[in-house]
Design a protein around this ligand. Sequence first.
Ligand SMILES: NC(=O)c1ccc[n+]([C@@H]2O[C@H](COP(=O)([O-])OP(=O)(O)OC[C@H]3O[C@@H](n4cnc5c(N)ncnc54)[C@H](OP(=O)(O)O)[C@@H]3O)[C@@H](O)[C@H]2O)c1
Length: 251
Amino acid sequence: MAAAGRPTGTAAEFTVVPAEQAVQLPDEAGFDVGAALGVPALTAHRALTVAEDGPRRLWPGALDGKVVLAAGGAGAVGHAVIQLARWAGATVISTVSSPEKARLATAAGAHHVINYREGDPAAEIRAIAPDGVDIVAEVALGANLALDLAVLRTRGTISTYANEGGRPVELNVVRNMVLNTRFQFLVLYTAGPEARAAAVQDVTAAVRDGALPVGEEHGLPLTRFPLDRTADAHRAVEGGAVGKVLVDVMS
Ligand SMILES: NC(=O)c1ccc[n+]([C@@H]2O[C@H](COP(=O)([O-])OP(=O)(O)OC[C@H]3O[C@@H](n4cnc5c(N)ncnc54)[C@H](OP(=O)(O)O)[C@@H]3O)[C@@H](O)[C@H]2O)c1
């Protein structure tokens, strides 16, 4: 449904988009996967490919030996971070806010899931990754910066794609100098054609490998609406539907 920079959206039986934005769906994937990929998977790819020590591309083994922290792993982007990082060989830790969301993040493939609202999440993450986390894919930087810095390894990367909750970010400059923290802020639309093309290629490879399934059993519940109830689909998103809200164009 996104219409960034265009007069019309895609909640329609037919639409026109610039050729470079039309990506062929691999035969292995159905339309549910295709509908869920677009922004979340490409955003997750960028979050996982901006670390100082690389990799710049993802493939099975690209993140071998790395530890990735997917903040909010039951969210759409967090889900894609878990799946792509797992496909690329990382040890994946995810934070969530409830047992139900823990179940989803585990179903997505997270090796370790931690409720960030209980106990001592930093100690739990350090117990799993004593040398620290290589890449944090962050959905709520203001809320989580203290946790991120408590678990980040030296020269680690905090890839920030949102600031859910809107809490302001206070930077301890010296602390980050000592850690050699790399902060990477990202929005897909300005990431540049090379990063986007690389993401499309790698995500397509992951889809071919069956690494990005959707549905509740894979950690991403789907809520469906027919095309003539698109307004209800928007309301569901605004109401905080967990997972992906899909509009069935052909019923
Ligand atoms: N930069 C980009 O290019 C880009 C691309 C896509 C999306 N976004 C943005 O990214 C955000 C998430 O998008 P989405 O589609 O993944 O949304 P979503 O499916 O609604 O997921 C949001 C997730 O954020 C989690 N969350 C909120 N506060 C948190 C905290 N303090 N710590 C850990 N997790 C927290 C929520 O989990 P809990 O309820 O368990 O806390 C929820 O699972 C939105 O703001 C969206 O606009 C940015």
